[in-house]
Design a binder for this molecule. Structure first.
Ligand SMILES: CC(C)(COP(=O)(O)OP(=O)(O)OC[C@H]1O[C@@H](n2cnc3c(N)ncnc32)[C@H](O)[C@@H]1OP(=O)(O)O)[C@@H](O)C(=O)NCCC(=O)NCCS
Length: 393
């Protein structure tokens, strides 16, 4: 067995750092290309203009566009699954002090809540297609209540309608905002969040979805795969970028308040190799299809609110212009998302959890696809360690 020579298989294998440019599997769920973003054949501008998040989630999970009866049934199923079990409500109360102290962060709380839900889900260990679909709907339905009730705890307020997980008459997006605040959102805000959920729902083999597929590929369960997806999404190079982008704009604002300029901040960032959050993408080198869609909605909300809100979008435009001129790097969807959620008054640490409330639909669709046609995902590595050496002597 022991040999100092590299096998022919490894020597001839293609190596690509960060798996760039590697096709790591097949999917019929989504196509991500510079030329277009498609969910099961439907183009993202078309979906953002004409569909609701619930319709998109149905397309992803059930595979086809719903007719009126199917959509009504799907919405009913989600509403029926919204309320959180008592043990999860208790966990959210218990983690409150750690959230307030900052040792716990909302993304980790989402991850733990999903893990706990697995313990009491009757289908948890069943990977059949029917059980997976039931679990997917439960997880999708419950994410807004996890986020909303967590925010209630942070704000020191009672849970908003925990017995029903919110208001059964509200959409997934509107109910999410309602659960977080206790106030029913105006139509424009609800639709804006709805569109953001449509844009965030799915993106083929991105880091979190790939993580979920790797977990599912060992024939592990959906709750575990979604926990892994949440952990991967949290990072600022992935979903955490929507929070990081807004924090960066706040730093630029503080820099300008002290007499600096946006250009000066950017030059300093380039000189110190600071990454500009909400910019760049592994696949989209000429722009992210989703960014202008959300940017336009957010800017319109800011315009109606007045100069104090609009200033973020004006500053964002400057940052974008400089990034394009000096680095030829375009914004991704997380850049306008940060500003858009900010002007709607959503607390920054909940931006990535809101991403989860959408992307859970994509993760679950991929878990089902992986389980339906599984081969374990097990690449090679390029060994860079010590050469063969004896243990004794
Ligand atoms: C998304 C991201 C991780 C993609 O990484 P990647 O595919 O490895 O990036 P690339 O290979 O295209 O990077 C090419 C060059 O541009 C630079 N670059 C890419 N994104 C940058 C950014 N946001 N700020 C500054 N420089 C950036 C890289 O450092 C690299 O420079 P180098 O050649 O001098 O090392 C990366 O662009 C990034 O970190 N962006 C910020 C985080 C973010 O917004 N994530 C959300 C993605 S949807």
């Amino acid at each position: 067995m022991s040999s100092a020579t590299i096998s022919k298989e490894v020597a001839e294998a293609v190596y690509s750092r960060g798996l760039e440019g590697i096709i790591a599997g097949e999917t019929s769920i989504c196509s991500v290309e510079q030329g277009g973003l498609l969910y099961r054949g439907y183009e993202i501008h078309d979906l953002a203009a004409n569909a609701t998040f619930e319709e998109v989630a149905f397309v992803l999970l059930e595979g086809a566009k719903p007719d009126a009866r199917q959509l009504a049934r799907f919405k009913q199923e989600l509403v029926a699954e919204r309320a959180l079990p008592a043990s999860i409500l208790q966990f959210l109360k218990d983690v409150g002090p750690a959230l307030k102290a900052g040792t716990a962060v909302p993304m980790d709380v989402c991850r733990t809540a999903v893990s706990l839900l697995g313990h009491i889900d009757p289908d948890c260990q069943d990977n059949s297609a029917a059980a997976n679909l039931r679990k997917a709907k439960r997880l999708l339905a419950k994410m807004p209540a996890i986020i909303g009730h967590m925010q209630n705890v942070i704000d020191g307020k009672p849970f908003v309608r925990p017995e029903t997980g919110g208001d059964p008459t509200l959409s997934h997006a509107a109910n999410l905002l309602y659960l977080m605040t206790g106030q029913k959102p105006v139509e424009e805000y609800a639709r804006c969040v709805d569109v953001s959920l449509i844009l965030y729902a799915e993106h083929d083999f991105n880091a979190s979805t790939f993580t979920s597929r790797v977990i599912a590929g060992t024939l592990s369960d959906m709750h575990g795969a979604v926990c892994g997806g949440i952990a991967a999404l949290k990072g600022p190079l992935h979903g955490g970028a929507n929070e990081a982008a807004m924090e960066m704009l706040k730093r630029i604002d503080a820099w300008v308040a002290k007499g600096g300029t946006v250009e000066g901040y950017m030059d300093n960032a380039f000189a110190t190799k600071e990454k500009l959050m909400g910019f760049g993408h592994r696949v989209y080198k000429n722009g992210d299809h989703r960014a202008p869609i959300l940017g336009a909605l957010g800017r319109e909300i800011a315009r109606k609110q007045g100069p104090n809100s609009l200033k973020w979008f004006d500053m964002g435009d400057k940052v974008q212009k400089i990034m394009l001129e000096k680095k030829n790097i375009h914004p991704n969807v997380d850049f306008p998302c940060g500003m858009t959620y900010f002007v709607m008054g959503i607390p920054v640490p909940q931006y990535t959890p809101i991403f989860v409330a959408s992307r859970v639909s994509g993760w679950c669709a991929h878990v089902m696809e992986q389980h339906a046609n599984n081969r374990i995902i097990r690449p090679l590595s390029k060994y860079t360690g010590a050469p063969l050496r004896p243990w004794k002597g």
